[in-house]
Design a protein around this ligand. Structure first.
Ligand code: 2M8
Length: 459
C-alpha cells in the first residue's frame, strides 16, 4: 500500500499544503475515465456535455502521462471539427447529445452556414486559445510507443500548421503579428474584467436579441456564473458573426469586439515554438516557424507590455486602448521562452504583491484570476476572482521554463492543495479554497496529473 505523506508537516504554515499525492493522482484518473465519451472527453458531464477546444488540449496533456492512445485520440477527435480554412472551433458538438443540453447549441450556431465547416460535424463558429501544437508535442515526448507517436505527429502536423496559419492569415487584424479575438468566449476567460471596458461600451440595439434560455443555470449557482447582462453581450456578438456566415473579413471590418490579448497570444507563441520542434521530428520547415515565433515575441513586447503598469495588458485592436485592469492574463507571456529576465522579475514581483497574493492568513491560495484589491473582485464569480487550475498551470509551466522553481512551487502546490480541500471543482475561492462550478471537472484532473508527475512532491 502507498505510504501517506503529510506535506503539511514540512511546509510553512501560510503555504498551501496537501496530503497523499498518490490518492490525488488516482482520483484524477478516475475523473478523466468518467468523462470519456466514446472518442473524446467532455469538460463536465453536466455543464459542458460536448468537446471543447482548449479543454481537450489540457486533457490530452494530462492523459499523455498514462494513456498515450486516448491522448492522441482526444486531439484527433477535436480536429475532426476543423474547418477547411484551418479554424479550429471552440466546441465540437456530440451528435448524440440533445440540442438543449447546452446553450448555445448546434441549432444556435448553424455552422453549416460557413463554407468550410466539415459536413459530418456540427461545431460552434469561433475558436479558443491554440494550445494544441504544444499538447501534440507533449504527447510525443511522454509516449511509451514512439513509432505510434511519430505517426500521430505526422498526421497532426499539417492540421496544426493550418490552424496557426488561419490565425496569422485571418486574425492578425493590425498586421503587427498578434492575433485578435472576436468574442470573449474565444479568450477562454469569458467574463474576465479584462473585457469590461469593451463590453460596457457595447450598445445592443432594441430587438436585436432573440429570447433564449441559459442552460448553465440549471447546473450552477447564478452567483458563481456570468451575469445575464454579460450573457446578452455574448449572444449578441455571436449572432453578429453568424449573420455574416462567419466571414472573418466582413466581421473584422464591423465587429465592436476585436482584442489582442496576452493570454491568447502567449499560448499561440508557445505553440509556434512547439510546431517548430514537431517540424524537426516529422521533416517540416523549422525555420519558418522560428521566424513566425520571433515576430509574435517582438509584438508581445512592443504592443502588450506596459512598463508603467509592470504587466502585460490586452489591447483593443479597433481603438488602440489598453485594458486598465490587472487580471491573470497579465502573466501569460511567461510562456515565451525568450522573455527578457527583467520582465520575468517584474511579473514575479506582481505575483507576490497584494494584488495576487492574499494576506498571510493561515489559509489562502494563489493565483486569483483578478486583482484581489480591485473594487469589483469577486471570489466566487467565474473569471472575476476565483483561482482556476488551468491558468495556474500555464503560469507554473512559464515560471519553470524561466528557472523560477521557487515561485513555481507555490503556484503548483496551490493546485494540489485546492483539490485536496475541495475536490476536482471547476474554480476555487483564493480566500478559503471553497470550490465552485462543476465538480469532476476534466482539466482540473488532467492538469493536476501533469503537476504531480512533472515535479513529484518531495518524500
Ligand atoms: C467556459 O466557457 C463556456 C463557453 O465556451 C461556457 O461558459 O459555457 C470557459 O471556462 C472556457 O474557458 C471553457 O473552455 C469552457 C468549457 O470548460 O467553459
Amino acid at each position: 500500500m502507498a505510504e501517506t505523506i503529510d506535506h503539511r508537516a514540512s511546509a510553512c504554515p501560510c503555504r498551501p499544503t496537501f496530503t497523499d499525492p498518490d490518492r490525488l493522482l488516482a482520483t484524477a484518473r478516475a475523473v478523466l475515465d468518467r468523462n470519456w465519451l466514446r472518442l473524446s472527453t467532455v469538460p463536465s458531464r453536466s455543464l459542458y456535455p460536448h468537446q471543447w477546444n482548449w479543454d481537450s488540449a489540457f486533457i490530452a496533456i494530462g492523459r499523455s502521462w498514462h494513456e498515450q492512445s486516448r491522448a492522441q485520440q482526444e486531439l484527433e477527435a477535436l480536429f475532426e471539427g476543423q474547418w477547411s480554412n484551418g479554424m479550429l472551433p471552440h466546441i465540437v458538438f456530440d451528435p448524440d447529445t440533445p440540442d438543449d443540453a447546452y446553450f448555445p447549441g448546434p441549432r444556435f450556431w448553424q455552422s453549416e452556414r460557413a463554407a468550410g465547416c466539415p459536413p459530418q460535424r456540427a461545431t460552434s463558429g469561433i475558436t479558443q486559445p491554440p494550445l494544441h501544437a504544444r499538447a501534440a508535442l507533449e504527447i510525443y515526448q511522454q509516449a511509451s510507443h514512439e513509432p505510434e507517436a511519430r505517426a500521430f505527429l505526422e498526421r497532426m502536423y499539417p492540421k496544426l500548421v493550418a490552424q496557426l496559419e488561419y490565425l496569422a492569415g485571418c486574425r492578425d487584424v493590425t498586421g503587427n503579428g498578434l492575433v485578435a479575438i472576436v468574442h470573449p468566449w474565444e479568450s477562454g476567460l469569458d467574463n474576465s474584467p479584462a473585457f469590461d471596458h469593451v463590453l460596457d461600451a457595447l450598445v445592443i440595439p432594441d430587438g436585436a436579441l432573440p429570447s433564449y434560455e441559459r442552460r448553465d443555470l440549471v447546473h450552477a449557482d447564478p452567483t458563481h456564473r456570468p451575469t445575464d447582462d454579460a450573457y446578452d453581450r455574448f449572444v449578441y456578438l455571436a449572432l453578429a458573426y453568424r449573420e455574416v456566415d462567419y466571414d472573418d473579413a466582413v466581421l473584422i471590418d464591423r465587429s465592436p469586439f476585436l482584442l489582442e490579448g496576452p493570454l491568447f497570444n502567449a499560448i499561440y507563441l508557445w505553440s509556434i515554438h512547439a510546431l517548430a520542434e514537431i517540424a524537426g521530428i516529422v521533416g517540416g520547415d523549422r525555420r519558418s516557424h522560428r521566424a513566425a515565433a520571433r515576430r509574435v515575441h517582438d509584438a508581445l513586447l512592443d504592443e502588450l507590455w506596459s512598463d508603467e503598469a509592470g504587466r502585460f495588458v490586452a489591447r483593443d485592436a479597433r481603438t488602440g486602448d489598453h485594458d486598465p485592469s490587472a487580471t491573470i492574463i497579465s502573466f501569460m507571456p511567461l510562456l515565451d521562452p525568450e522573455l527578457p529576465p527583467d520582465i520575468v522579475e517584474r511579473l514575479v514581483g506582481l505575483l507576490e504583491s497584494p494584488c495576487f497574493h492574499p494576506a498571510h492568513t493561515e489559509e489562502h491560495y494563489i493565483i486569483s484570476s483578478f486583482d484581489l484589491d480591485a473594487d469589483t473582485f469577486d471570489p466566487q464569480r467565474y473569471w472575476r476572482g476565483p483561482v482556476w487550475l488551468n491558468t495556474n498551470w500555464l503560469v507554473w509551466r512559464g515560471l519553470r521554463q524561466h528557472g523560477r522553481h521557487d515561485v513555481a512551487a507555490e503556484v503548483g502546490d496551490s493546485m494540489a492543495a485546492l483539490v485536496d480541500r475541495s475536490g476536482f471543482r471547476e474554480y476555487f475561492s483564493p480566500l478559503d479554497g471553497a470550490g465552485f462550478g462543476s465538480d469532476d471537472f476534466s482539466w482540473s484532473a488532467a492538469l493536476l496529473i501533469d503537476r504531480l508527475l512533472r515535479d513529484p512532491p518531495a518524500v
